[in-house]
Design a protein around this ligand. Structure first.
Ligand SMILES: [Zn+2]
Length: 509
């Protein structure tokens, strides 16, 4: 008999392996951070002896959820803003006010706040596209990564910093700006590309592969219109050398489609075509959103082998539109799922993203063959999520050799009573409240209703106190951002009146 650390036995094992095996009375043998064997409970118990046998009857054993797109710096701002189009929303989402510069402790706390919610819901891996305003200080980068290290989730973190002035990012902005605002809009971004690359060196040399490989670095251009081709290429080079995912928000909004037609540097090309022509559309690229992509864009994404990261709740909250799910799937493009961020979701909750993915595409037509099936949505959650993280063979399945990132769900909960079919009930019924145990790299991080790695009550108390003190500075920053609101509204309205030859909105009555 082979000796292993742990056996989870007697549960319904949803493997999500290639054969889509489901063991009604299954077991999972775990050693170190990995899964050693999966199969019927009696087979596993015959071949393996465990230091710890965990009985899981009445539970589903499944892969932990993957949150493939997330911005932790907004974790403390859930429900803070009204629904607005992205370009107006961003005025308030991340003002570069000096008074809002986070202390390392604040950065730690807000990161931990999001992780608590993820672990409680069975999310075991996250890709954090962290924007750090006004600029990413090494001590703040360290605080974010330390929070991920301490709480025990698997995290891949990038620095999402713009590198061009504000006028570069939006159509019509320079044209419509009143004289008293133009200087601010023309001002260079807070940090030059050379310093940003130094910060990446800091992130990669200190944290890439830390916590036994649980923490990793990624790189982020934020979006092609927010950076120069040179900075984009420098990040792509880092991505290639270290094999890091490269995050790029691409065609999230209709206004971004208009922008490409307006600015000479894009020469009438869509932002996807522009990226492809730069030679930077690759299999390492996470195409975030892809809502306003057309057929040509999707062909390019498919040919490059990039992954689309779908954030349907965020896309609804900001009125961005509906990503062409079936057109992407038809081309074999992997699709991952993400929360986006707590300020536009407004829960760090993958279950609402899963459910919305299963529903929103049904309003695109009456041919139900083209609607997502529950199995497809789960394939996005796990297969797509692992692909986005460039960890296809390691995450997203309960299978021999995979990392032991698991979620256990109570089959006696209301969502699963009576049991009609696991995939359908996972997608359409579950809210996260059935999760009874979350494991990352073989270590239990949530069990018996509490996160095991930190003192949650103490941490939440400190969050309340610290961010109550920041409220006045936040209100002042929002009031200041309000100076730009009429101008940005004019920009969005002008973009909305410009024909882009396709729609990603659902017509209303
Ligand atoms: Zn985002």
């Amino acid at each position: 008999m082979e000796r292993v650390d742990k056996i989870l036995s007697g549960g319904v094992v949803l493997t999500m392996n290639e054969a889509m095996d489901l063991y009604p009375n299954g077991a999972v043998a775990i050693h170190g951070d990995s899964i050693v064997a999966v199969g019927p409970a009696e087979d596993i118990q015959r071949h393996y002896a465990a230091d710890e046998l965990v009985l899981c009857s009445g539970q589903i054993i499944m892969p932990g959820l993957v949150n493939a797109h997330f911005h932790s710096p907004a974790n403390h701002l859930k429900g803070a803003l009204p629904s607005l189009p992205l370009e107006l929303f961003m005025l308030y989402e991340s003002p570069a006010a000096e008074a809002l510069r986070p202390t390392p402790r604040e950065a730690y706390l807000r990161t931990a706040l999001g992780v608590l919610q993820m672990l409680r819901g069975g999310t075991t891996a996250v890709q954090d596209d962290a924007f750090l305003m006004p600029d990413p200080e090494p001590a703040v980068i360290d605080a974010i990564l330390q929070a991920y290290a301490d709480l025990g989730i698997r995290a891949t973190v990038a620095l999402d910093q713009p590198e061009l002035p504000e006028v570069a990012k939006l159509p019509f902005l320079e044209q419509f700006a009143p004289a008293e605002l133009l200087d601010e809009l023309l001002r260079p971004a807070p940090m030059a590309p050379g310093v940003l690359l130094e910060r990446y060196e800091h992130l990669i040399s200190n944290w890439h592969g830390a916590a036994d490989g649980r923490l990793r670095a990624a790189v982020s251009i934020s979006a092609p219109q927010r950076v120069s081709p040179e900075y984009f290429a420098a990040l792509d080079d880092l991505s290639r050398r270290h094999r890091l995912p490269l995050f790029a928000h691409l065609l999230e909004t209709r206004t971004q489609r208009v922008l490409a037609a307006e600015q000479p540097r894009f020469a009438g090309r869509s932002l996807v075509r522009y990226t492809a022509d730069l030679g930077l559309l690759s299999e390492r690229l996470n195409v975030i959103h892809a809502v306003w992509t057309d057929e040509d864009d999707l062909d390019l994404i498919a040919a490059a082998g990039s992954v689309i990261v779908h954030n349907p709740v965020s896309n609804l909250r900001l009125g961005s539109g509906v990503m062409p799910f079936r057109a992407a799937r038809d081309r074999g493009i992997p699709i991952a799922l993400g929360v986006d961020e707590a300020i536009c979701n407004d829960a760090v909750d993958m279950w609402s993203v899963v459910r919305t993915t299963g529903l929103i595409h049904n309003v695109t037509g009456l041919d139900s063959d083209r609607w997502p099936s529950a199995a497809e949505v789960l394939d996005c959650l796990w297969g797509g999520g692992a692909a986005a993280m460039l960890r296809g063979g390691e995450l997203g399945a309960v299978a021999e050799g995979r990392l032991a990132d698991l979620a256990l769900l109570d089959l006696h909960s209301l969502a699963f009573t009576p049991l009609n079919g696991v995939p359908g009930q996972l997608v359409y019924c579950e809210t996260g409240s059935s999760v009874v145990l979350t494991m990352v790299a073989g270590r239990v991080v949530y069990e018996h209703g509490r996160v095991t790695t930190v003192d949650e009550a103490q941490l939440l108390g400190e969050v309340r106190e610290v961010f109550a003190r920041k409220r006045r500075a936040l209100q002042a920053a929002h009031a200041d951002a309000g100076r730009f609101f009429p101008l940005y509204q004019q920009v969005v309205r002008a973009a909305s009146a410009t024909d882009v030859g396709l729609t990603r909105w659902v017509a209303s009555g």
